[in-house]
Design a protein around this ligand. Structure first.
Ligand code: M6R
Length: 366
């Protein structure tokens, strides 16, 4: 049942500290500060290239992983939505690894892409939530998300547990490649081990985010902005809002604003900004994109840590302080407020949150 919650989606959002922890515990060794993947029938150290294929929210999890894998393991990553990948005759590397990400393990296009890669001799790994699924059966290896059943059509806990598995995979690949040392592995896996506790802190902002939803619910269009892994979270936030509240929303790389979308900005367009503090000055770049937006009348909702929120408190209409964490794990945590924002906006709009119109939980036809 839904327990104390009005909708499955709310229940599933609030389960995240628990299920992220469960998923991590299957791979994280706290005594060593290390990650162990299940046995794989191929040598990770020999993988020349990673190809990631998925749909919808699972695709955005893959997009975060592209940033992680390239940064940590220095292995090239190609990523595509399954409906494009399977028909475009992609060029695969000899001995390459193809990763398929799917909550259901049954999405028709992703499954077809898996079969194609297998026939082409790629090593195949499925990241699925359903261990009995077609993708789990047909791939060479399975990395399971331990999210438990997800009933809401809008994916929430499946996404953050996919990110958890992908973070562990990125660390394991980086170690196998000799791209990170023990100390770095301990720091990264230690940061992951903190995520369940930090996620619970983020959920404590629920009421604050419900207030912001009052403002978003009046909008006709909403923009989501971020850079780096936060760009993927911006895309995910926009998808979440459109699928359950039916408000038009778009995610953009913040640096793309001046290449077109800034023309949309006026007082009626909420701009949701995902801007964790980071090591690459992406925060500063995003902050200056926000200034440009505000100068054109844009009303900004700013998610950052205490330092970032302080910097933007004069500029943003709302600034919500997130926990200060290793930037590596930020996308897992910043997924949560955009889920809550979509959820509360949809509730205010009176839509069928768990069963939004025109959508199915599992898309088994192309
Ligand atoms: O079961 P899958 O992860 O393969 O499903 C992929 C998409 O259909 C799914 O993520 C969809 O985009 C969700 N409704 C998003 O909330």
């Amino acid at each position: 049942g839904k327990g104390e919650h009005r909708h499955f989606m709310a229940k599933e959002i609030f389960e995240q500290p628990q299920v992220i922890g469960d998923t991590l515990n299957a791979m994280y060794n706290p005594a060593q500060g290390s990650i162990t993947l299940p046995d794989l029938p191929f040598d990770l150290a020999a993988v020349p290239k990673v190809t990631i294929v998925a749909c919808g929210t699972s695709y955005y999890a893959g997009l975060v992983a592209k940033y992680w894998i390239e940064r940590l393991a220095r292995v090239p990553v190609e990523i595509d939505v399954a409906s494009e990948f399977r028909y475009r005759r992609p060029v695969l590397a000899d001995g390459g690894l193809a990763l398929f990400i799917s909550q259901s393990g049954e999405t028709a296009d992703t499954l077809a892409a898996l079969r194609h890669c297998k026939a082409e001799g790629q090593h195949t790994v499925a990241i699925v939530n359903s261990p009995e699924s077609s993708m789990a059966r047909e791939s060479d290896a399975v990395l399971q998300t331990l999210a438990g059943p997800e009933i809401g059509v809008a994916s929430t806990k499946a996404f953050t547990t996919q990110l958890t598995v992908l973070a562990c995979f990125s660390i394991a690949l980086a170690r196998a490649k000799g791209a990170i040392d023990r100390k770095a592995e301990q720091a990264l896996s230690g940061a992951l081990a903190e995520v369940p506790g930090r996620a619970a802190e983020v959920l404590a902002h629920d009421e604050r985010i419900r207030d912001i939803a009052q403002f978003v619910a009046d909008a006709r269009d909403v923009l989501y902005l971020g850079r780096g892994t936060s760009y993927a979270i911006a895309l995910e936030g926009a998808l979440k809002l459109k699928e359950i509240s039916y408000i038009h929303a778009e995610g953009y790389a913040a640096g793309e604003m001046k290449h077109g979308p800034i023309a949309l900005i006026d007082e009626t367009v909420p701009v949701i900004v995902i801007a964790p503090d980071d090591e690459d000055e992406l925060f500063e770049k995003t902050a200056s994109n926000v200034q440009e937006t505000v100068a054109r009348g844009g009303k900004v909702v700013f998610f950052s840590d205490a330092h970032g929120v302080e910097r933007m408190s004069e500029t943003a209409l709302y600034a919500i302080p997130m926990p200060t964490v290793n930037p590596f794990v930020a996308p897992i945590l910043y997924a949560i407020p955009v889920q809550l924002l979509a959820y509360h906006t949809a509730v205010l709009k009176g839509t069928d949150v768990d069963q939004p119109r025109n959508l199915a939980k599992s898309v088994t036809v192309e």
